[in-house]
Write a protein that binds this ligand. Structure first.
Ligand code: PLP
Length: 350
């Protein structure tokens, strides 16, 4: 199979001010898509104009939520070249999500080849400032028209692009440790990227809307820290050691999480991936042992956490140390091609 590219003449007006691009407000001129059927496999791979899609009201995704997605970014370096950051990791995670939900896997290399063509066609949408990027949203939905409860025999896969700033900017976040609701469960879909995990977080988010985000605890005991709605979490012990919840099936294995762990270890910091209770976290904040915390994610980059609210009390980090900015800069400098790509993570698109 090959990518068919259908170029158009009438391009959309670009956003006016890069400083106001926000997150999820603008979409580029083009998108990539391909179809799947049980008999044919993947077919009709094309890069075409960004436009509405048409599916049956009986499409299986609309009833049973057979849907998965990814979140990745393309960066414009100072040399004017587009860079992707560890893109095969996203392809592989998408395939892990696919197999959990009985959806067909994609050929990661082939999709990446199409994505690169798409990014080059939409190059004029790339923001220039460090921290801004083109957010890339691969999505797969079940489109077989049936309300019969079974995995779909037909799928649509597509990628859309949205120029974006970090979701939280440089805000120091206040988190609410959620003791009532849960995001998703171990053994369920907690460690894959599927829409239901996010939809079920809207209601608890609304209840705690004074806070910037929820800090999820484990689904059985509400005892162990898991992650934040859009990012993994790290606690910093006196500027020397990082502690982050281990991949126990209850959190999304973040690619940024893995990158920060590798950068930290390379730079001589100790990293502990382990179970950590919310009681230990607040106790360590109170004693001044945990001096800071930050979240990591493609959309969130490295976002500072200033305070955690837990059972009627608020616990503020002292911020006596500053690894949050250290890792923010380290990560972005690799992604934008400013620092040497020591880990071979960056793919420059020519
Ligand atoms: C629930 C959740 N956890 C963590 C992350 C961070 O993952 P990554 O670093 O791969 O973007 C995300 C964002 O994709 C997420 O949605």
């Amino acid at each position: 199979m090959e990518w068919i590219v259908k170029q158009k003449n009438d391009l959309k007006p670009l956003y006016e001010e890069e400083g106001k691009i926000g997150f999820g407000k603008y979409y580029t001129d083009y998108m990539l898509k391909m179809l799947y059927s049980k008999n044919k496999g993947w077919y009709d791979a094309e890069i075409t104009e960004f436009k509405d899609i048409s599916i049956s009201p009986a499409a299986l995704v609309l009833h049973y939520g057979q849907e998965i997605f990814e979140g990745m970014k393309g960066f414009l370096g100072n040399d004017g070249k587009i860079r992707l950051f560890r893109p095969m990791e996203n392809m592989n995670r998408l395939n892990r999500s696919a197999s959990r939900l009985m959806m067909p896997e994609i050929d990661g290399e082939f999709v990446l080849e199409g994505l690169k063509k798409l990014l080059l066609l939409d190059k004029r949408w790339f923001p220039k400032n460090k921290g801004n990027a083109v957010y890339i949203r691969p999505t797969m939905i079940a489109v077989e028209p049936t309300v019969y409860l079974k995995p779909s025999d037909e799928y649509l896969f597509y990628i859309i692009l949205s120029p974006a700033a970090g979701i939280y900017g440089l805000k120091e976040l206040k988190l609410y440790a959620e003791t009532e609701f849960v995001r998703a469960a171990i053994g369920g879909t907690a460690d894959i990227k599927t829409g239901g995990n996010y939809a079920s977080a809207f209601y608890p988010g609304k209840l705690r809307e004074k806070f910037d985000a929820l800090l999820w605890l484990d689904s059985q005991e509400r005892k162990y820290v898991q992650e934040v709605g859009t990012m993994n979490i790290f606690f910093v012990e006196k500027g020397k050691r990082l502690i982050t919840p281990k991949l126990d099936g209850g959190i999304l294995p973040g690619i940024t999480r893995d990158s920060i762990i590798k950068i930290a270890q390379h730079d001589g910091y100790e990293v502990e991936e382990r179970k950590i209770t919310i009681d230990e976290v607040v106790d360590n904040i109170s004693k001044g042992i945990f001096t800071e915390a930050f979240g990591t994610g493609t959309a969130a980059i490295v976002s500072p956490v200033r305070e955690i609210f837990y059972k009627d009390n608020s616990y503020a980090f002292s911020f006596e140390t500053d690894l949050r900015n250290y890792f923010y800069n380290k990560l972005l400098n690799i992604q934008y091609g400013i620092d040497e790509d020591l880990f071979n993570w960056v793919e420059v698109i020519e």
